[in-house]
Design a protein around this ligand. Structure first.
Ligand code: JHZ
Length: 392
């Protein structure tokens, strides 16, 4: 049974940055989150059609979140050393920062967004510009054979039908093959109050507990879990065919940690929802007070996460003048729903502002390091994770 615990209001598509002439034609949906008492999976209530989100205009380019390039290089190096896969397939390969570390002849990309599929194709990787389904897995078996490593980062939690997703993986995985995927951790989100990880692109937020249930019912099992610091805390899940090999201690340890926190108890989600409401009130009050005192506020990082925050809290140009972002396809556009202009970082002088809200709070250290001069001139950062606070 699905039990609703959080209402984040009317939301646009988190990455649908838009032009002024499209303001009247914007798509909105009701963003609510629920917990499934049977599988323990947290999902949003109303799914948005994937074609509305992942198409030719999808702007999120992993390579612009530049610390991630090194993250994927390290991941590729570690997986090659540990498992020596002969062939590799990546689901949701985006601009290719993971796959570029593998041999072109033995590596395959699956990427539904045509603009990104073209990038990996041009790099010389065979790319299927399609959504991940059991039909596609069967087509790949016929054309390319079974895979030793199926990898996916920040993509499996984007897919509505997880049973079909995991069945497709089971079909395509060679008998001793491994399936490795990483996505934001539900436990870390609840611990850190980072409700902004919930949006249309994340129809599910994964706990190890829920994944263990879902993978097992589709003939796969988790044998290892790595805790990662990226994106505010993610889990890297290692899975294999269900009858293959042993299960490492990390699986039990993670599930235990989740049980101790109370992920199997609906009250935990109600407490989280209460914290989210308080976070909204505090953030709006803080920004409004600053504005009343004549302070100038901008935001760094036009993230999908900040779409959730700004729309849930009703924060528009009355409170935040402008957002800077390194992504060319977001620059010159307006943020979804609340229509704050997005500009390149070098088009403004940060010293003209008193406060910078961190839309990309997950890159707090990198941004604070880059913007030392802003702080030296008296500038301050604002974040809502783990609590609303000002720091410099
Ligand atoms: P970042 C996206 O979420 C969407 P977002 C997606 N659903 C997902 O799961 C995660 O990624 C992984 C910019 N930037 O990575 C670049 C600066 O301007 O937190 C990006 O647009 N200056 C696939 O959008 C944005 O901020 C900087 O110094 O929440 C960061 O987006 C840095 C480091 C980044 O993901």
């Amino acid at each position: 049974m699905k039990k609703e615990f959080l209402d984040l209001g009317r939301q646009p598509i988190a990455n649908a940055f838009l032009n002024k002439e499209d303001f009247d034609d914007e798509f909105f949906f009701d963003l609510k989150a629920c917990w499934d008492t049977d599988t323990s999976l947290v999902s949003i209530k109303n799914f948005v059609e994937p074609e509305e989100i992942f198409n030719e205009n999808y702007p999120y380019n992993t390579s612009n979140s530049f610390p991630m390039i090194n993250h994927f290089k390290q991941a590729a190096k570690m997986l090659t050393k540990k498992f020596q896969p002969k062939n590799v397939l990546e689901i949701g390969s985006n601009s290719g920062p993971f796959i570029e570390n593998f041999n072109k002849g033995n590596s395959i990309c699956v990427e539904p967004c045509g603009n990104f599929a073209k990038i990996t194709e041009d790099m010389g990787y065979k790319t299927y510009s399609e959504f991940w389904t059991t039909e596609l897995a069967k087509e790949i078996i016929d054309r390319d054979g079974y895979m030793d490593l199926i990898y996916s980062a920040n993509c499996i939690c984007h897919i509505h039908d997880l049973d079909d997703t995991f069945k497709a993986v089971r079909e395509l995985l060679s008998p001793s093959g491994i399936f490795v995927f990483e996505d934001p951790s539900l436990l870390r989100i609840l611990e850190r109050g980072s409700y902004d990880q919930i949006y249309d692109e994340h129809p599910h937020i994964f706990s190890v507990t829920a994944l263990d249930n879902l993978l097992r019912r589709n003939g796969l099992k988790i044998f290892n879990v790595d805790s990662l610091s990226v994106h505010g805390g993610s889990n890297r899940i290692y899975a294999s065919h269900i009858d293959n090999g042993l299960v490492g201690d990390s699986v039990r340890q993670n599930i235990n940690e989740e049980m101790v926190f109370g992920l199997d108890n609906f009250q935990t989600y109600e407490i989280f929802a209460d914290r989210v409401k308080k976070s909204k009130d505090t953030l709006v009050r803080s920004l409004s007070n600053l504005r009343r005192n004549g302070k100038k506020i901008m935001s760094i990082g036009a993230t999908a996460k900040s779409t959730t925050v700004f729309n849930y809290c009703g924060i528009g140009t009355d409170l935040i003048d402008v957002i800077t972002d390194t992504t060319k396809d977001k620059q010159g556009m307006y943020s979804p729903g609340v229509h704050i202009p997005v500009v390149p970082r070098d088009s403004i002088n940060l010293n003209d502002y008193d406060y910078a809200y961190l839309g990309a709070w997950n890159f707090k250290e990198v941004i604070a390091d880059k913007e030392r001069e802003f702080v030296q001139n008296g500038g301050k950062f604002i974040t809502h994770v783990p609590e609303v606070m000002v720091f410099s």
